[in-house]
Design a protein. Structure first.
Length: 218
């Protein structure tokens, strides 16, 4: 009898866990961005206040739009084709940069070999209970991430720096070599279908260049 009760309890726990978790296969995830310079004097980073990041996800396709007062940076990733394109819109300057998977890896090489440690602590963001993790890069840099295990992104390509987390990053911070901290916090999550046209590339108006050309100044 005890074995039957234990089996039923275990079944219910597994069923509850499966119900609580939800795979995120399509929708939109928006982040607000706050940059802290640690100084009272105005810096270039202060002009980026009000920046937003919106991720559109549809299966193995993603489109990430970072919009700041200085311009827009859009990354379109097609997992089926292994195609990555970055669109830069800065004033009247418009660039379309094409990347191979190896180029994409090079662009994100600071995150290669990173690891996460998991810690006690909990906070709620948008009604999702979040757990605490600390990311450590190969150069020794660390930053805190709050993630929810209740949403599991099927497509990990839209967020390279948190792709090995067992859930969706709801808030995370990065610190650059100047000591400026950038905090990304989820402001909205939508499960509405994303139009396929969101992943279309512009046919004109952009100067097309390779990743190597963009690194050398074109």
């Amino acid at each position: 009898m005890k074995n039957k009760i234990w089996s039923l309890t275990l079944f219910l726990l597994v069923a509850f866990s499966a119900t609580a978790q939800k795979k995120f296969t399509e929708g939109t995830i928006s982040y607000d961005v706050v940059i802290t310079t640690g100084s009272d004097k105005p810096k270039n980073a202060d002009f980026l206040d009000g920046t937003t990041v919106v991720n559109y996800i549809k299966g193995d396709k993603s489109r990430t739009e970072m919009v700041s007062p200085l311009g827009a940076l859009t990354t379109i990733y097609d997992g089926a084709k292994n195609s990555i394109v970055i669109l830069k819109d800065i004033g009247e300057q418009k660039y379309m940069i094409t990347l191979t998977p190896n180029d994409w890896k090079d662009a994100n090489k600071k995150y290669e070999g990173m690891s996460f440690s998991y810690h006690d602590g909990e906070k709620t963001i948008l009604d999702y209970k979040c757990k605490k993790a600390v990311a450590k890069l190969q150069d020794g840099t660390t930053y805190t991430v709050w993630y929810t295990p209740d949403l599991i992104p099927d497509n990990k390509n839209f967020q390279y720096e948190t792709r090995s987390l067992p859930g969706l990053a709801m808030e995370y911070e990065t610190v650059n070599s100047k000591g400026e901290k950038t905090t990304y916090t989820v402001s909205k999550i939508s499960f509405s279908p994303v139009p396929a046209s969101k992943f279309d590339l512009p046919k004109s108006g952009y100067r097309v260049m390779t990743y190597a050309e963009s690194k050398s100044g074109g």
